[in-house]
Design a binder for this molecule. Structure first.
Ligand code: ADP
Ligand code: MG
Length: 697
């Protein structure tokens, strides 16, 4: 009770946000800093020095002794290197100091982060640069400063740098189009994101007993439990007290860090849950999602649980993803994807809407690549997550309006009578698009798009870099046409009509999980890259390189490095899984099967000596002996396949060999082991079963 009333005061109490800045900085410094934050204006040391001083004093009051530049190398997670504030003072004493220089720039020795050959090891230093648009915060007696991470020659080595570049690019393109509608004082435009995060929560002691979970965050073996999620009693079900205690503490910790955790509920699979924050600008949403994932892991530990963020920890139940709700908003609170009330507003909405349709169709491969990693392969297209095929859901009504518009026909809105769509009047768009389609990878949900292909463990940066850039590209093409047009309204309509006609193949409102859709999508010529290894090399297709270079998001060299890093991540991830399977097989599973077989065989011998042999026991011994051979030989094959895959010199070939061949060998081994699990007595089996974990007591 008492807690509840303190929440407004606790919210953001560990964040150096606007409230603190205003209170602690001289007015002209505060104004200059705000300008930097809003407009991305450059920051000089005259401003950085007093800001650093104020930040340090604030952090010291909260018990901070250290500071760190906090960055997002291409590992999918964050990195930090702590320095204390101490500086020697005259009489052998120390002072707590923090200079503007230390705030603005850091030079971590970064030779061990993935760089895809962008940086020779002899000049291994990268540098980190303060991102003032995402607020600093205190955690564990350390002041965290969000930063971008680059090589000395300025190449991006992280997730944040291209994200900031893409936000700038979309901001400019959207502003240009808006100004053609006569809207010039609209504040700052930013893409906004609300990232819904799914996760599993299981007891620590069960996790610890499984090498596969400890090494890979995923079970590599496991016979199916007697039930999985067919009884649908978990989704939105009552939350267990132990889980509720976890969620409450998680919310509180996130609130202190200024993360707007809003919705917590149970998800479809047993032990699966979701957290959704209130949306904010993409850059902060991305930092907050990283904080959320880290905080989930920590708080779970305190409650004797483990938070699993892997995309597919258990093979018999739904995996975990993220839903990236995306829109474009002005700092005055106008959502550019909100259908308007007036014809002019509707014309503007129509252009933004068709721009997204064109962008998603033309660059569907880039969106697919942005969610491509080894873990997500186990989920996309497995009849649970959206398929690996990109398509867009608009709902029947909006689709009908666009169809009519593109054919120049009047749209008859069922209840409200006819709506004129003459040349000068555009249709009125429904504002409460309540249609829902959970099987679509990219759905319009009233005033935003929900991209649902992201995996639960990955950074949301990549997908948003793509979204921002491809939409900016199409908006620019629209602006080019409108700037050259004599008849503005006529041109708006022509653009919308032509764009929809050219790209409507991407619109699909039906069941995205069905086999018929796969066939239909192939007929429509849509991409279907089933695995990350197949998708990633297309990052370097000529059209994609041209797009990113044109908008200054990635250079060709940066793209090549990212491509290689992503491909190697696939090889490494599958490789670790294969090695873990081999260790489990030889150290635990085969010994268990053999011991159990001997146990039954001994008993059988004793019985036979009394003339009491059982046919079932005889059969069991025979079948377990057969399985022992099958397991041993499948393990041998797996070992050989890994060796062969690893020998590929080329990044793409190697990833493909791991993805296709090693996984096929893993599946054979798993099938034999899972069969054995069902035959070996509970006490002999070396690991907690799926039943033990998913239906823990
Ligand atoms: P659901 O998808 O479960 O129906 P909501 O539609 O309420 O839930 O919102 C899901 C997420 O979308 C939330 O994180 C919410 O903050 C976010 N969201 C809502 N409006 C926007 C917007 N304009 N831009 C980005 N995200 C948004
Ligand atoms: Mg949702």
């Amino acid at each position: 009770m008492e807690m509840a009333s303190r929440i407004p005061e606790l919210f953001g109490c560990m964040v150096f946000g606007d409230r603190e800045m205003k209170a602690r900085l001289p007015e002209e410094i505060y104004t200059a800093l705000r300008r930097t934050i809003r407009r991305g204006a450059p920051l000089n040391l005259d401003i950085a020095n007093p800001v650093a001083e104020a930040m340090k004093n604030w952090a010291l009051e909260l018990g901070a002794t250290h500071f760190t530049h906090w960055f997002q190398p291409l590992t999918g997670i964050t990195a930090e290197k702590h320095d204390s504030f101490i500086e020697p003072a005259e009489d052998g004493q120390v002072m707590m100091k923090f200079s503007g220089k230390s705030l603005v720039r850091g030079e971590p020795d970064a030779s061990s982060f993935p760089n895809g050959g962008l940086r020779a090891t002899f000049e291994a230093r990268g540098y980190t640069a303060w991102d003032p648009t995402s607020p600093a915060f205190v955690r564990d007696s350390t002041l965290y400063i969000p930063t971008a991470f680059c090589s000395f020659s300025g190449e991006a080595l992280d997730a944040k740098t291209p994200l900031l570049r893409s936000m700038e690019c979309l901001r400019n393109s959207a502003r240009r189009l808006m100004s053609l509608f006569g809207k010039t004082s609209i504040g700052t435009i930013n893409p906004t994101v609300g990232a819904e995060q799914e996760y599993f929560l299981i007891p620590q002691e069960l996790y610890d007993e499984r090498l596969d979970l400890r090494m890979c965050d995923r079970t590599l073996f496991g016979a199916p439990p007697p039930r999985s999620q067919e009884i649908s009693d978990h989704y939105f079900g009552a939350i267990k007290p132990r889980v509720k205690a976890f969620m409450d503490e998680l919310d509180l910790e996130l609130w202190k860090l200024g993360v707007t955790a809003k919705t917590e509920h149970n998800e479809a699979a047993p032990c699966q849950h979701e957290l959704a924050p209130i949306f904010c600008t993409t850059n902060i949403a991305c930092d907050h999602n990283q904080l959320t994932m880290e905080m989930m892991k920590r708080v779970a530990k305190k409650h004797g649980m483990v938070c699993i963020l892997h995309e597919k920890p258990f093979c018999c139940v739904t995996g975990s993803g993220k839903h990236n709700n995306w829109s474009i908003s002005t700092s005055h609170g106008i959502n550019l994807l909100e259908p308007g009330d007036s014809p002019a507003d509707n014309a503007q909405f129509l252009l933004f809407l068709t721009a997204v349709i064109a962008a998603v169709d033309e660059y569907a491969d880039l969106l697919r690549i942005s969610v491509a990693n080894a873990a997500n392969d186990y989920r996309l297209g497995a009849n649970e997550a959206p398929p690996a095929i990109l398509s867009m859901f608009l709902g029947d009504e909006l689709t009908e309006i666009l169809e009519c518009l593109s054919e120049g026909k009047a749209y008859d809105r069922h209840e409200n009578g006819r709506l004129d769509i003459g040349v000068e009047v555009l249709p009125k768009f429904p504002k409460d698009n309540t249609d829902r389609n959970r099987t679509s990878p990219f759905a319009f949900t009233g005033n935003k798009f929900e991209f649902r292909m992201q995996g639960s463990s990955c950074s949301i940066a990549d997908a948003n870099v793509v979204l921002n850039t491809i939409v900016a590209e199409i908006l620019d093409r629209f602006s080019d046409r409108l700037e050259a047009a004599d008849d503005f309204n006529g041109e708006v309509k022509a653009i919308a009509q032509e764009t929809y006609r050219a790209h409507k193949r991407i619109v699909f409102n039906g069941n995205g999980y069905s086999e018929e859709w796969r066939e239909e999508a192939a007929r429509r010529g849509l991409h279907n890259y089933a695995t990350a290894a197949e998708a990633i090399p297309h990052l370097r297709d000529a059209a994609n390189v041209a797009l990113f270079e044109k908008h200054g998001i990635y250079t060709a060299a940066e793209l090549q490095s990212r491509c290689d890093i992503m491909l190697d991540a696939v090889s490494n991830s599958v490789g670790v899984e294969a090695n873990t399977m081999l260790e489990m097989t030889h150290k635990d599973i085969l010994p268990a099967v053999i011991a159990y077989t001997s146990h039954i065989a001994d008993g059988l011998l004793k019985k036979q000596s009394l003339g009491l042999a059982s046919a079932a026991e005889n059969e069991l011994v025979k079948s377990l002996s057969g399985l022992t051979d099958r397991i041993a030989s499948a393990a041998e094959t797996l070992k050989r396949t890994v060796k062969k895959a690893a020998a590929n010199e080329n990044h793409a070939d190697r990833a493909q060999a791991y993805s296709r061949d090693v996984r096929a060998a893993m599946a054979k081994l798993r099938a034999a082991v899972d069969e054995a699990e069902m035959k070996v007595g509970r006490e002999w089996w070396p690991y907690p079963s799926y039943t033990d974990i998913l239906f823990y007591k």
